[in-house]
Ligand binder design. Structure first.
Ligand code: GDP
Length: 440
């Protein structure tokens, strides 16, 4: 699936191949291609625009990594953004009711009855639930038969009332039956229509009001593209459903619906149907779906590793400098900046077990590093790289520049030199071991 979109993205990324960094110019062309690809895949215009704007902004703000190409990096950014667009994380079913009532809604042929069976099977086999299926489609006797056949196949009881033409009464009877028999979940399959009409909406709203479902799942055929989004919108306005089920994602389906629905109705996609068999049901994972759309899982993990490595590369360089006793004030200040990036000092201390409570009443200033930074900033670049040249007269000048007194500069110089000594020792494994042994 999503073959179409994937081909287009491949082409879009080719534009970037061989470029050294992500800049406004080389990103613009790709972004245009991506937007076109999304529109072709039936993604709604507003969604596509918001999405590509976001990707562009993220791309331009990226660190240039030596080990990946801009195209690969952009793929990773797109993957993250796509997953976010489709809801970010998995949204679980609310199954705390006693019994939990799940109402299934949607147009005719969307796959409601098939999904009802699949869901019952899923809850029984994966969640250890005891479901009851309720045949609420009173207009199509074949639908009742279909549900009964499915129920038998998966070993789940089906409540039906062939005498009645009242879907509200049948739904209520179904819930009562579940209570009597100790079923923990009731799945109510409802009637659809070929198109949205007022009578259908009124009826299903009445079923909802009578049964107070914990979940209302809207089932929609992914093959209907932009129509799926429109139907989803109208059903949501009337029913305020709790989740979407996208069916028929096994065929050569365009991906537009999955991409747009979440952002248009702001309801999570909870399941996807990938075939006619009862097992062909997947919990919807936005991140997996994103990688599947892009079809570039390997690239994504490559970039993730490169991003981790980015910091590792820096750390390795620093290690080398320490070993050669070349640790200078530039490294010192970049360490301070690293620490500051991690959060405010008090929060950091709070993460240390036991420390949080002890620190409660102690004021730690967030800008505790400010005076130190001021002193370092008053040094010339040459002094920062060669701390050993900082003699008394230089110290006096630095103190003046930083608006502090000589004593403070001397204190910092002493701390810095002590630190260098300790660092040097720790960078030599044998010396470090000896040092540790001698510690109390
Ligand atoms: P309902 O009218 O909404 O109850 O729809 P049905 O459950 O009767 O499904 C309509 C048709 O779509 C049937 O032929 C199903 O077998 C088929 N169908 C349902 N879900 C899927 C799916 O995920 N993949 C495929 N390929 N077919 C499906």
């Amino acid at each position: 699936m999503f073959e179409n979109l994937q081909d287009k993205l491949d082409r879009a990324f080719k534009v970037l191949k061989g470029q050294g960094s992500i800049s406004e110019i080389n990103v613009a062309e790709t972004i245009k291609e991506i937007r076109k690809a999304l529109l072709d895949a039936d993604v709604n215009y507003k969604t596509a625009k918001a999405f590509t704007d976001e990707v562009k902004e993220k791309a331009l703000g990226q660190n240039v990594l030596t080990s990946v190409s801009p195209g690969q990096l952009l793929t990773k950014i797109m993957n993250d953004e796509l997953a976010l667009l489709m809801g970010g994380t998995v949204t679980e079913l609310e199954l705390t009711g006693n019994p939990t009532v799940i109402l299934i809604a949607g147009l005719n042929g969307a796959g409601k009855t098939t999904f009802s069976g699949k869901l019952a099977n899923f809850l029984k086999t994966q969640k250890g639930k005891k479901p009851l299926l309720v045949a609420g489609d009173v207009y199509r006797p074949a639908a009742i038969d279909q549900l009964q056949v499915l129920g038998e196949q998966i070993g789940v009881p089906v409540y039906a009332n062939l005498e009645s033409k009242d879907p509200i009464a049948i739904a209520e009877e179904g819930v009562a039956e579940a209570k009597r028999n100790g079923n923990s979940v009731v799945i109510i399959d409802t009637a659809g229509r070929l198109a949205i009409d007022e009578a259908l909406m009124t009826e299903i709203s009445a079923v909802r009001d009578a049964t107070k479902p914990h979940e209302i799942l809207f089932v929609v055929d992914a093959m209907t593209g932009q129509d799926a989004v429109n139907t989803a919108k109208i059903f949501n306005e009337r029913l305020d459903y709790t989740g979407v089920v996208l069916t028929k994602l096994d065929g050569d389906t365009r991906g537009g619906a999955a991409l747009s629905i979440k952002s248009v109705v702001n309801k999570p996609i909870k399941f996807i149907g990938t075939g006619e068999k009862m097992e062909a049901l997947d919990v919807f994972h936005p991140d997996r779906m994103a990688s599947r759309i892009l079809g570039m899982g390997d690239v994504i993990s490559l970039v993730e590793r490169a991003q981790q490595q980015f910091d590792e590369e820096k750390a390795a360089q620093l290690q080398k400098k320490i070993r050669k006793n070349k640790f200078d004030f530039n490294d010192f200040i970049s360490q301070i900046q690293q620490i500051k990036k991690m959060g405010n000092m008090k929060d950091l201390m709070g993460m240390i077990p036991g420390a949080g409570k002890a620190m409660k009443d102690i004021e730690i200033e967030d800008d505790a590093f400010k005076p130190i930074e001021a002193i370092i900033h008053s040094m010339t670049p040459y002094e920062r790289e060669n701390p050993d040249v900082i003699n008394q007269s230089r110290r006096q000048r630095i103190a003046k520049g930083a608006g502090t007194d000589l004593q403070e500069v001397n204190k910092l110089m002493k701390q810095f030199n002590d630190m260098r000594k300790v660092m040097k020792q720790f960078s030599n494994p044998a010396a470090a071991a000896k040092l540790m042994k001698n510690m109390p």
